[in-house]
Ligand binder design. Structure first.
Ligand SMILES: [Zn+2]
Length: 137
């Protein structure tokens, strides 16, 4: 059971930067790594083009999976932003959580001055928080 994610500070910063760049739309992507340690960020196109939901581009997703395989990494988390909502998963996020073993990372820009990055496991309609351990790099 995943209890925490280890993410380098530089990647937290990169997630927030991505979320800001996509405003007013939701940004989305994949965090690759090994076990619970995040080692790479893959930005994906939000084909929903929406301010309140996201859908990963399936072709880009397939490319990411190939790249992860080559690097002997796996999908540690899916991430997306909430441009004006809290970092808690939305009802839609819970409904569309198809990977109970993969963390969901949400970047909230509700407070534009103080973005919040949080992680969760969503399974069978249940939301469990996952701690994020920020590592210096
Ligand atoms: Zn969401």
């Amino acid at each position: 059971m995943l209890e925490k994610l280890k993410i380098p500070q530089s990647m937290i910063d990169a997630l927030i930067a991505h979320a800001r760049e996509e405003l007013p739309l939701e940004a989305c992507g994949i965090l690759g790594g090994i076990d619970t340690t995040v080692a790479g960020i893959y930005r994906l196109t939000n084909v929903a083009g929406s301010t309140s939901r996201f859908q990963l581009d399936p072709h880009e997703h397939a490319d990411v999976l190939r790249d992860l395989l080559q690097r002997e990494m796996e999908t540690v988390a899916f991430y997306h932003s909430h441009p004006s909502g809290p970092s808690h998963p939305s009802a839609e996020d819970v409904r569309l959580a198809y990977y109970p073993e993969v963390a969901t990372v949400i970047i909230s820009l509700e407070d534009r001055e103080k973005p919040n990055v949080s992680a969760f496991l969503i399974a069978n309609g249940n939301i469990d928080p996952v701690a994020i351990e920020v590592e210096k790099d």
